[in-house]
Design a protein around this ligand. Structure first.
Ligand code: ADE
Length: 348
């Protein structure tokens, strides 16, 4: 389908593509124009980049692809190894779905090659299906992430409520995708949003489509997108225990589903809306080291950190792990371990 000539933004497509050819970010999952991309690498990068910035995701992408270079290799990995390698990327349901998806693709023999087919896989929503179909298979599909939505909200000076605006943007973006370079169009929008049309202090003089931007014409670029006010995050409280024994630290595995499901953890009380009495996993000379804070999507958490040495190796649940091997802890626990002087890598 050709872009209708009355489509007011039709003119942005060649400008965006020419700008992208000059200024594309050289990211590890990208390939030179015209080079076919491995759907496994596209899929893996897109899952990692959901809710995660490019600089934070890049080292994980390198680690995963050197350890599991194909979808079959990832499908054959042990769950614990993948969860541990994911530690610090957050949103751990993504890692559980990553494994499910890898196993399904390995069982099917390959990735489905269309947006509709990709939607049938675990963990692949409309954005990710569009991105993989466009980037790996050249299908004429849009991939409108938060960056691209901001770009369009500004180009259109979209004033309707945000849910309605997003629908309009989705329809418009689908019409605009050029048949010959759908992947370049998707990544051009991502790069424009990430490097030029930024949430604050956009660099409009560097923008290839400034002449088409209704928000710039109004002189109010940062007013867009107009989103509903966020509700305040509730707080939760708890206590976390750093229990040490001759160079080892006591860890537990979280239940398979729910928050941080399947991840290694330090033992802790429940995280509740009111402060509760501590409930240490064993009697010991506990020292209170201080507090760590961590922000999750739906609440922010304050954990008191208690630390003790013990010789009790007969605790009801969990196991000892060498202190130098605690990288596999999600960031909230890595922060607590760091407060106890343990050198867990500080990730997100
Ligand atoms: N965010 C999501 N996908 C991306 C990609 N392919 N390049 C840069 N940023 C992205």
């Amino acid at each position: 389908m050709r872009v209708k000539s009355e489509q007011p933004l039709a003119g942005i497509v060649p400008k965006l593509l020419a700008w992208f050819d000059r200024s594309a970010r050289p990211l590890p999952w990208r390939r030179a124009p015209g080079v076919k991309r491995d759907p496994y690498l596209v899929w893996l990068s897109e899952i990692m980049l959901q809710q995660t910035t490019v600089p934070h995701a890049a080292p994980y992408f390198a680690a995963f692809t050197s350890r599991w270079p194909t979808v079959e290799a990832l499908a054959a990995a042990r769950d614990e190894d993948v969860m541990q390698a994911w530690a610090g990327l957050g949103y751990y349901a993504r890692a559980r779905n990553l494994l499910k998806c890898a196993r399904e693709v390995a069982a099917r023999g390959s990735f489905p090659e269309t947006e509709a087919g990709l939607r049938t896989l675990p963990g692949i929503g409309p954005y990710t299906a569009g991105a993989i179909a466009a980037l790996a298979f050249g299908e004429r599909t849009p991939a409108v992430d938060g960056n691209a939505e901001r770009v369009f909200a500004r180009l259109l000076a979209a004033k309707e409520d945000w849910a309605t605006a997003k629908k309009r943007i989705g329809v418009l973006a689908r019409e605009l995708v050029p048949a010959d370079r759908p992947g370049a169009f998707a990544e051009a929008l991502m790069d424009l949003g990430a490097t030029v049309c930024t949430p604050r202090k956009p660099n409009c003089p560097a923008c290839p489509v400034a002449a088409q931007c209704a928000a710039l014409a109004e002189g109010e670029v940062e007013r867009y997108p107009i989103k509903p006010e966020k509700t305040a995050r509730p707080e939760r409280f708890g206590t976390v225990y750093v229990l040490r024994c001759s160079g080892n630290i006591w860890v537990v595995r979280r239940p398979p589903s729910g928050l941080l499901g399947g991840m290694l953890a330090l033992p802790s009380t429940d995280w509740s809306e009111t402060r509760q009495d501590a409930a240490a996993p064993t009697d010991a000379a506990w020292a209170v080291l201080g507090q760590v804070r961590h922000v999750f999507t739906h609440f922010s958490l304050r954990l008191d950190v208690w630390c003790a040495q013990t010789t009790d190796t007969d605790l009801p649940e969990g196991f000892w792990t060498p202190e130098e091997e605690i990288e596999g802890l999600p960031t909230v626990f890595a922060k607590a371990a760091a407060l106890a002087g343990l050198s867990a890598r500080q990730k997100r």
